[in-house]
Design a protein around this ligand. Structure first.
Ligand code: BGC
Length: 751
C-alpha cells in the first residue's frame, strides 16, 4: 500500500511541476466560481497555532472556535504549526470543508529549522552566496520535512542603526550586498521548482523600510526620503522579486506618515505596478489591526478596508477580514472582484506548491525523522559558521593559537554557555543546545593543554535595568577575583563575552550597545595581568567596543554562530580554519555616531582636515571603529593596481577591471575583494562610494590571483525622485580593496 502511495506521489509531483500558468489560471478560476464570499474571505484569513504566539493575541480571540473555522473553510493558512503530526491534523480539518481547499503552513524559518545555522548577520558576514544559499536550502529541506511549505524569510531590511535589535536578522547596511543576499536566500528556500516537496515558498519582508526606525526603537516610525527609499531600502526587495520570491510581508512601521500595511503607494504603485510582481502579500502579525493605533483607521472594519485597498492579501492574526470584510462587500465599500483578485493569487500559490495535487505532500513522518538535525546538516552548519567569523584584530599574529600550548584560561559568561549561540528566531532549534566553546576547545586540544575556566561575571550585571534602578555593581563583580587568579596561571587568556540571544531580534532595541553588564570591567581586570588577551565576541549586532579595540591583542567576532558554535570557534582559534568574514555593518565608536554607514554623502563641508567649520563632532571623530567590509585573515593579502581595459566607456559598453591579489601570508586563505564606484558629478549627490561588486576568492599562500570585474550601466545607474533610472555622462572613480576604507582608485569617463 505504502509503495502505491509513493508511486502516486511521484506521478502527482511530475504533473504539478508540469502545469503551465494558463492551466493553473483555469483551475483557479473554476474553483473561484464555486466559492461563496465567506469561503473567499476564508482564504485571506491566517491563524496562528493558538498555543504558539509570536505576537500579541488579537481582540476577541476565539481560540476554541479556530478549529471549527478551519472545518468551515474560513481559514486559508496557518502559522506556527510545527511537525508532521500537527500539520496533518490541521490539514485533515481543512479537507473536511465544503471545497476541500488545503491550508498553507508558514513559520519563521530564519536561520535553520531544527539544525540552527549562524544568525543572519553572521551569514551575511560570510559574503559567501553559495554558503548562504546552502544554509537556507537545508533550512527549507528540514522545514518541508516537518510538513511546512512556507517561510517568513528572508528579511531583507537594510539597516544603519545597530541599536535596532532586528539587525541580527539581516545585518546589512548596503543595498548591493543586501540584494545579492536576498537572491541567494530566495534561491535557497525555493530552489528551481516550488512544487518540489523539498522546497518552500519564501517571503521577502518587511515591505518596506522597517530597518530605519527613528532612534533605532523597535516598531517606531520611519521617515526616509524617496531618494533613500529607491536607492537604499528597495533594491534588496527588487532583487528578491527578480529571484522569484513568491510572497512578501508588510512592515509594522509608518513610512513618511503612512503605515506600510495597506500602503497603496508602496504596494500598488511600486510592488504591483512598477515591478509587476504577482505574488501573495501577508500582513505582519496583527499589522492590519494596528492601523487603529497608528491613528489611520477608526475601527477594525476600517482597518480591513485599508488593508484590502492596499492589497494585503492575507490577514495574519488581526481578524479584520474575518470579522468585517463580508460586511464591507455587502455595503459596496469593497468590490467583490477586489476580493477575487486576491483569492486568485492565494489559490495560484497553493497550486504552485502542489497542495491541490496532494495536500499531504509535505507530510512524511519518515522523512522528518531522518532529515531533522542530521549529522550531515550539523556538519554543514559548522562549516558555514567558520566562514562567518570576523577577525577584527590580531596583534603579532597571536591567533591562531598553537595546539601545543601548555595552558589557556577560558574566562567569561559565554565559555560554557549552550544557549546564546543558538541566537534569536531559532525556530524549532530554539530548545537545542549549542556546542559550548569550552567543549570545542577540549575536542581540538590534547590532554597536554591545561584548560582553566572561570565565569567571572554574568552577562547582565547591573545594566539590565540601569535606567530604572540603582544597583550596586560591585555585587556583580564577585567572580572577578577567581577569574584573575586563574588567568594568572595560564599562558594566554581567551575571554568569551557578548550579548544574550534575546538582546537582539524583534523588540530588542538597546539604548547602549556596549558590552552588557560588567563584562568590560572584567576584561580590564584581565588586561592588568599582562598576559596575551584574546576576546571572542558573541553578539547579534555591532557593539561599541573602543576599549577592547585598543587593549585586546586579538578580537574574533563570532556573532551567534549556531548549533556547532563551539566546534567552529575552536577550529578557527587553533588554525584548522582561517577567518574570512567581513563586516556588513559598520562598528561605531559610540552611540552618538549612529546612524553610521560607509556609503554616505559627502556634505558641503567634509571633515578632511582639522578645522572647526566642517562636518564633524567637537568630542570625537567621524570615522568608525571598524568600517564596512573590514575583516582580517591569518593570511595577508596585497593588492596590485587596478587595471582598466579602457578609460572611456559608452553607455551600453562593458568596462573590465582587473586587479592582482597576492596572498603574502604563510597560510592559504580566502579574501573578499570589494569593488566600489563613485559618480563624481551628478545632478543628485551620490555617496562617496558604493559597493557594486565583490568576489570571495581562495588564494593559496604565495599565490597571486587576477580578479576580474565587469562594469556595465546597471552598476552605475541610480533612481531619481520619480523612480526613473538616471545615468549621466562624466567621470567615475572605481575603487578596489580589502574593505570600504582601504581601496586603490582609478577613474574612467562615461560618454
Ligand atoms: C514579525 C515577523 C514574523 C511574524 C510571525 C512578527 O512579529 O515582525 O517578522 O514573521 O511576527 O511570527
Amino acid at each position: 500500500m505504502k509503495k502505491i502511495v509513493s508511486v502516486l506521489l511521484i506521478v502527482c509531483g511530475v504533473l504539478t511541476a508540469g502545469y503551465s500558468d494558463a492551466e493553473i489560471e483555469k483551475k483557479v478560476t473554476d474553483l473561484l466560481n464555486q466559492m461563496t464570499l465567506d469561503e473567499k474571505i476564508g482564504q485571506m484569513n491566517q491563524y496562528s497555532n493558538s498555543w504558539d504566539l509570536t505576537g500579541p493575541k488579537p481582540d476577541n480571540d476565539r481560540n476554541e472556535a479556530r478549529y471549527e473555522d478551519i472545518e468551515k473553510g474560513l481559514v486559508g493558512s496557518m502559522l506556527n504549526v510545527n511537525y508532521v503530526k500537527n500539520i496533518k491534523a490541521a490539514q485533515e480539518l481543512a479537507l473536511k470543508s465544503r471545497l476541500k481547499i488545503p491550508l498553507m503552513f508558514g513559520v519563521d524559518v530564519i536561520h535553520g529549522y531544527k539544525t540552527i545555522f549562524p544568525i543572519p548577520i553572521g551569514l551575511s558576514s560570510s559574503w559567501d552566496m553559495t554558503a548562504i544559499e546552502k544554509a537556507e536550502r537545508i533550512a527549507a529541506r528540514e522545514a518541508s520535512a516537518a510538513g511546512l511549505n512556507w517561510t517568513f524569510s528572508p528579511m531583507v531590511d537594510i539597516s544603519r542603526d545597530p541599536r535596532w535589535g532586528r539587525v541580527m536578522e539581516a545585518g546589512v547596511e548596503d543595498p548591493y550586498l543586501g540584494a545579492q543576499i536576498a537572491k541567494a536566500k530566495v534561491r535557497g528556500y525555493q530552489g528551481h521548482d516550488l512544487s518540489d516537496h523539498y522546497t518552500i515558498a519564501a517571503c521577502m519582508k518587511h515591505f518596506a523600510a522597517y530597518g530605519a526606525p527613528n532612534a533605532g526603537r523597535e516598531y517606531h516610525s520611519v521617515d526616509v526620503s524617496l531618494n533613500s527609499l529607491y536607492n537604499v531600502y528597495l533594491p534588496p526587495f527588487k532583487a528578491a522579486v527578480e529571484a522569484g520570491a513568491s510572497t512578501a510581508m508588510n512592515a509594522f512601521n509608518t513610512l513618511n506618515g503612512v503605515p506600510a500595511t495597506g500602503n497603496q503607494f508602496l504596494v500598488n504603485q511600486i510592488l504591483r505596478s512598477k515591478w509587476g510582481w504577482k505574488g501573495v502579500i501577508v500582513s505582519d502579525w496583527g499589522s492590519i489591526g494596528e492601523l487603529r493605533a497608528h491613528g489611520t483607521a477608526k475601527d477594525l472594519k476600517h482597518c480591513a478596508e485599508i488593508g484590502i485597498n492596499g492589497n494585503t492579501d492575507i490577514d495574519m492574526e488581526s481578524l479584520a477580514y474575518h470579522n468585517h470584510l463580508k460586511e464591507l462587500v455587502e455595503e459596496g465599500v469593497v468590490r467583490e472582484n477586489q476580493v477575487d483578485e486576491i483569492v486568485k493569487r492565494i489559490l495560484t500559490l497553493k497550486y504552485k506548491l502542489g497542495l491541490f495535487d496532494d495536500p499531504f505532500r509535505y507530510l512524511d513522518e519518515k522523512r522528518q525523522t531522518t532529515e531533522l538535525l542530521s549529522e550531515e546538516n550539523r556538519r554543514a552548519s559548522r562549516e558555514i559558521a567558520k566562514k562567518t567569523f570576523v577577525l577584527l584584530k590580531n596583534n603579532n599574529n597571536l591567533l591562531p593559537l598553537s595546539k601545543n600550548i601548555g595552558s589557556i584560561a577560558l574566562i567569561g559568561p559565554l565559555v560554557k554557555d549552550e544557549n546564546v549561540s543558538i541566537g534569536n528566531w531559532a525556530c524549532q532549534g530554539g530548545h537545542e543546545k549549542a556546542v559550548p566553546v569550552f567543549d570545542g576547545f577540549q575536542r581540538v586540544l590534547s590532554e597536554k593543554t591545561e584548560l582553566l575556566y572561570a565565569m567571572g561575571c554574568d552577562i547582565y550585571g547591573d545594566r539590565r535595568k540601569r535606567y530604572d534602578m540603582e544597583i550596586d555593581s560591585e555585587k556583580f563583580k564577585a567572580g572577578f577575583a577567581e577569574a584573575v587568579d586563574l588567568a594568572q596561571k595560564a599562558e594566554v587568556i581567551v575571554a568569551v563575552v557578548g550579548e544574550t540571544r534575546m538582546m537582539s531580534g524583534e523588540a530588542s532595541s538597546r539604548l547602549e550597545i556596549d558590552l552588557p553588564g560588567v563584562q568590560n570591567e572584567l576584561l580590564m581586570e584581565l588586561k592588568k595581568i599582562g598576559k596575551p588577551l584574546v576576546v571572542i565576541l558573541m553578539s547579534g549586532r555591532p557593539l561599541t567596543i573602543p576599549w577592547i579595540a585598543e587593549n585586546a591583542d586579538a578580537i574574533l567576532v563570532t556573532w551567534h554562530a549556531g548549533i556547532e558554535a563551539g566546534n567552529a570557534i575552536a577550529e578557527t582559534v587553533f588554525g584548522d580554519a582561517n577567518p574570512s568574514g567581513k563586516l556588513t555593518m559598520t562598528f561605531p565608536r559610540c552611540v552618538g555616531q549612529i546612524p553610521i554607514y560607509y556609503n554616505q554623502l559627502n556634505t558641503g563641508r567634509p571633515k578632511n582636515r582639522d578645522y572647526v567649520w566642517l562636518s564633524g563632532y567637537i568630542d570625537g571623530p567621524n570615522s568608525p571603529l571598524y568600517p564596512f567590509g573590514y575583516g582580517l585573515s591569518y593570511s595577508t593579502f596585497e593588492y596590485g593596481d587596478p587595471i582598466l581595459d579602457k578609460s572611456e566607456m559608452g553607455f551600453d559598453e562593458t568596462l573590465t577591471v582587473t586587479i592582482a591579489v597576492t596572498n603574502t601570508g604563510k597560510r592559504d586563505g580566502e579574501e573578499v575583494v570589494q569593488l566600489y564606484i563613485h559618480d563624481q558629478v551628478s545632478s543628485i549627490a551620490r555617496p562617496v562610494k558604493e559597493l557594486k561588486d565583490f568576489q570571495k576568492v581562495f588564494i593559496r599562500a604565495g599565490e597571486t590571483k587576477i580578479v576580474k570585474f565587469e562594469i556595465t550601466r546597471e552598476k552605475l545607474i541610480y533612481y531619481d525622485e520619480n523612480y526613473e533610472e538616471l545615468l549621466e555622462p562624466g567621470d567615475f572613480e572605481v575603487m578596489i580593496g580589502t574593505n570600504s576604507d582601504e581601496v586603490k582608485t582609478k577613474t574612467f569617463t562615461l560618454k
